[in-house]
Design a protein around this ligand. Structure first.
Ligand code: PXG
Length: 465
């Protein structure tokens, strides 16, 4: 038994954490000085920290705990599977029941004509799979020159070398020699920040047409695929103009470009359908999944592949796979998660109750002096903060200064709400009911008021010139 229990004083846990634990996307020396927040348990939509605070989780962990915390059926599914078959691989002409059952279940939920899945343990791994899938597909089709992949700036597709290259995060590319060869990034459909004087609709078409321009620049015969999140998540919940996706679909069809929809955040109910592709009306060839597949109770992800691509890949030995592809315990837990989602009508709950209530609640914040606009799509939302709504101005202070103040005020009010730069974002568990959502909105409102007061006190309300 580990000596590190929940009963140790917070400061001791923080000191041990600082001594040995390197955190993701963190300057560890800064964190060591401040001390990490220690989460000790969680139930429903509330986290408990080592000081006993009850914090409303407006981010569903990291966009994943869709069914909420503390579902004992999930633990029981894991324990049952561990006793029966804790591990076996799916290489060497072998399979097992949890992988078979989950593959059947997930492809039954997927859009028509997507009947195969390649398993991974995360979204990053699944997107690495996708790079190899689309390049192998075109090679097998006799068009090996079709190897370039087009993605978008400010996209997030994971943190491995391959998936980090697909992503469009400049600060990630700056470390470790990314992107790998043959990955290109066009601009994102972020009207609030980049739309200038254009109407939302015209901007959506213009940004989509950057895909066509990039295909023509690279040469149609050299482009394998376009990858995008139906709604950008980690980039700041960027809900594209309605004109964007139809134009992207037209272009992919015209030039025979494979469309990869990264559903890691949008999948499994977040947008009010099983997949964001349905919400956005697109027809992907491949969908990346992870997070909500197991509600984060176990690490599992995968690539759902359309019949046309799966058939071509099936003609060759696909030299790719992970020790934990289709891990039986993770698969059993994912199956239990999907059972719970279906039996409790979670998609209908999102569509008819939670998402409309979240939208109505957050829209009451639209008049707040800091809130530029309120973007809500299902159970994900963003509020860009601004010193001047009419001109959609950014702050003169360094990007993220006001967002960070607001994030801290949210924590002080026992709410997890993230900031991306100066955009505040939420992505709550899908099980949230009206009362939890009201609590979320009232805590966010208080945090915004406190942010305004603090920004005023520090003279940070000036617009960038
Ligand atoms: N695709 C998308 C759309 C994601 O959001 C991944 C792929 C990678 O999944 P894994 O399981 O390898 O992490 C993600 C992950 C953030 C944040 O700060 C978001 C993610 C991961 C870490 C941080 O919002 N999304």
């Amino acid at each position: 038994m580990s000596l590190i229990s929940n009963h140790m004083p917070t400061a001791e846990l923080q000191a041990l954490d600082a001594a040995h634990h390197m955190h993701p996307f963190t300057a560890n020396d800064t964190l060591a000085k401040r001390g990490a927040r220690v989460i000790t348990r969680a139930e429903g939509v509330y986290l408990t920290d080592s000081d006993g605070n009850q914090i409303l989780d407006g981010m569903a962990g990291l966009w994943c705990v869709n069914i909420g915390y503390g579902r004992h059926e999930m633990a029981e599914a894991a324990a049952r599977q561990m006793k029966e078959l804790p591990y076996y691989n799916t290489f060497f002409m072998t399979t097992h029941v949890p992988a078979i059952a989950l593959a059947q279940e997930v492809t039954a939920l997927a859009p028509d004509g997507m009947n195969q899945i390649f398993f991974a343990s995360s979204g990053s791994e699944a997107n690495d799979t996708n790079i190899r899938l689309v390049r192998t597909y075109w090679t097998e089709k006799g068009k090996p020159s079709k190897s370039h992949i087009i993605s978008r700036k400010n996209a997030y597709h994971g943190s491995s070398v391959g998936s980090g290259s697909l992503g469009g995060m400049a600060h990630m590319h700056a470390q470790g020699g990314l992107p790998i060869e043959g990955i290109h990034h066009i601009n994102q459909p972020d009207w609030w920040s980049e739309g200038g004087e254009m109407s939302r609709a015209d901007f959506g078409v213009a940004r989509a047409q950057e895909l066509e321009a990039k295909i023509l620049e690279l040469g149609e015969d050299n482009v394998a695929a376009f990858i995008a999140e139906p709604i950008q998540g980690a980039g700041g919940v960027i809900v594209p103009p309605e004109t964007y996706w139809p134009e992207i679909q037209r272009i992919c069809d015209k030039y025979e470009i494979l469309l990869i929809a990264d559903e890691v955040i949008c999948g499994f109910g977040r947008t009010g359908n099983w997949f964001g592709s349905e919400t956005m009306g697109i027809r992907p060839h491949i969908m990346t999944i992870a997070k909500g597949l197991s509600s984060g109770y176990q690490p599992i992800g995968g690539s759902i592949v359309c019949d046309a691509v799966a058939e071509v890949i099936g003609h060759t030995e696909f030299n790719h796979g992970y020790t934990y592809s289709g891990h039986p315990v993770a698969a059993a837990v994912a199956l239990e998660n999907l059972r719970i989602m279906k039996e409790e009508n979670m998609i209908e709950h999102v569509r008819n109750v939670a998402a409309p209530h979240l939208k109505a609640g957050l829209e009451t914040l639209a008049d707040h002096p800091l809130v530029g606009e309120v973007n809500v799509a299902g159970m994900m939302a963003s509020l860009p903060l601004t010193p001047h709504k009419e001109s959609r101005a950014t702050f003169a202070a360094d990007r993220g200064t006001i967002g960070m103040i607001c994030r801290d005020r949210c924590f002080a009010n026992n709410l997890v709400m993230r900031h991306v730069g100066d955009r505040m974002i939420v992505s709550p568990p899908l099980i949230m009911g009206r009362e939890d959502i009201d609590t979320l909105v009232s805590r966010a409102s208080k945090a915004l008021d406190e942010t305004y007061a603090e920004a005023k006190r520090q003279d940070l309300l000036k617009a960038a010139s």
